[in-house]
Design a protein around this ligand. Structure first.
Ligand code: FA5
Length: 343
């Protein structure tokens, strides 16, 4: 058997070496190594007839022959394909240091989100909780509960999106409905802020959007007065814009507060000199605020003879514009990467 194996090996290597093309190689592979009737395979089937020692020796030689023929076939195949053996090996090489995932572009926060989370941190540090409320709101919470009953002319102050065929529902026009929701749920004392989206049916311009963000603040406790409100608003403005920032509060009517004010800060563009953005006034309106009306406290289940409170509602988009010197509100939601990638 050993002599037969050697003869077969020589015959196979000579034939493989002389092969003219890949088809020819395939025939040779079948002829010598074919699983059913390859010549080497057939010879190996005869191993089981041999005595144990002879079987061991012949088995080892048969394996060597089989491997040599298989390698000769692979080398010739590469040669016919015009690839040297070392090239073939390096083509098979795996670079295990290569990163598994393709590089991913790193995302980042939108400027409004940066301002919102910055303020959440500030108010959390002052003992406020962060509250949430529905954007599709009932007419009751959006208006009636905050002292704006049906037919009250103050409803016209905020152009409202009413829901077709669902009277009694609106897209909330401000975050103030969460004042009463929070009082009803948590009672007094209470300190909370409500960042969130609001909607108004209004013509847009450089400072007005139909979809806007507000940040509501509410504090209810015993002996709360107007100077607490002023102190919190100044702390917020100076945290955002620096220690020299001025806050101006002027009387303004809001049905849910008494007294009510609107709050302005020095214009970022002209530093108070007067320009196009602040309409030559030197000030930019950023919020409405005041002492919570007794009717609103009562609606929240809180006794106005024991507790008092203040509330404010800032335009978060306006705060963002002031912080980064953006003079056009509509770019905040336009989805233009040239703008958002600057932050
Ligand atoms: C209100 O929405 C009151 N709920 C605020 C309030 C809360 C008053 C608690 C008293 C007590 P006003 O409509 O003024 O108020 O809006 C508040 C702020 O939201 C404005 O100062 C402005 O900064 C911002 N804002 C209002 N309308 C728009 C708009 N269309 N686009 C962008 N920002 C707006």
């Amino acid at each position: 058997m050993l002599a037969d194996l050697k003869k077969l090996k020589d015959e196979a290597l000579t034939a493989i070496n002389a092969a003219a093309d890949v088809l020819n190689l395939e025939e040779l592979e079948n002829r010598f190594l074919g699983r059913k009737s390859g010549e080497i395979t057939n010879l190996m089937k005869g191993l089981k007839e041999l005595a144990v020692d002879a079987k061991r020796e012949a088995g080892a030689v048969a394996n060597e022959v089989k491997t040599a023929v298989a390698e000769a076939l692979a080398t010739k195949r590469n040669e016919l394909a015009g690839v040297s053996q070392s090239e073939a090996l390096s083509a098979e090489k795996l670079d295990i240091t290569q990163s598994y995932l393709p590089p991913v572009e790193q995302g980042h926060y939108h400027p409004s989100t940066l301002v919102q989370t910055d303020l959440e941190d500030l108010f959390l540090s002052m003992g406020f909780v962060v509250l949430d409320g529905p954007e599709l709101e009932s007419d009751y919470y959006n208006f009636t509960a905050v002292n704006v009953p049906p037919e009250h002319p103050a409803r016209d102050m905020q152009d409202t999106f009413y829901i077709k065929n669902h009277s009694g529902w609106v897209m909330r026009t401000h975050t103030s409905p969460v004042q009463v929701r929070a009082m009803q749920k948590y009672g007094a004392p209470l300190r909370g802020i409500v960042p969130g989206k609001c909607f108004r049916n209004e013509a847009t311009d450089a400072r007005h959007e139909h979809t806007l963000y507000q940040l509501e603040g509410i504090v209810v406790d015993k002996n709360i007065n107007f100077s607490h409100l002023k102190g919190v608003l100044e702390a917020m403005a100076r945290h955002l814009y620096g220690a020299n920032t001025q806050v101006r509060l002027r009387p303004k009517f809001y049905p849910f507060v008494e007294p009510g004010v609107n709050g302005e800060v020095t214009c970022f563009l002209c530093a108070g000199q007067g320009c196009r953005v602040c309409k030559k006034s030197g000030w930019l309106e950023i919020l409405g605020a005041g002492m919570i009306h007794p009717n609103v406290l009562r609606e929240g289940g809180i006794d106005p003879k024991i507790y008092s409170g203040f509330a404010f509602g800032c335009g978060l988009d306006r705060l963002t514009m002031l912080k980064y010197g953006i003079d056009e509100i509509r770019v905040l939601k336009a989805g233009d990467l040239r703008f958002v990638n600057q932050f």
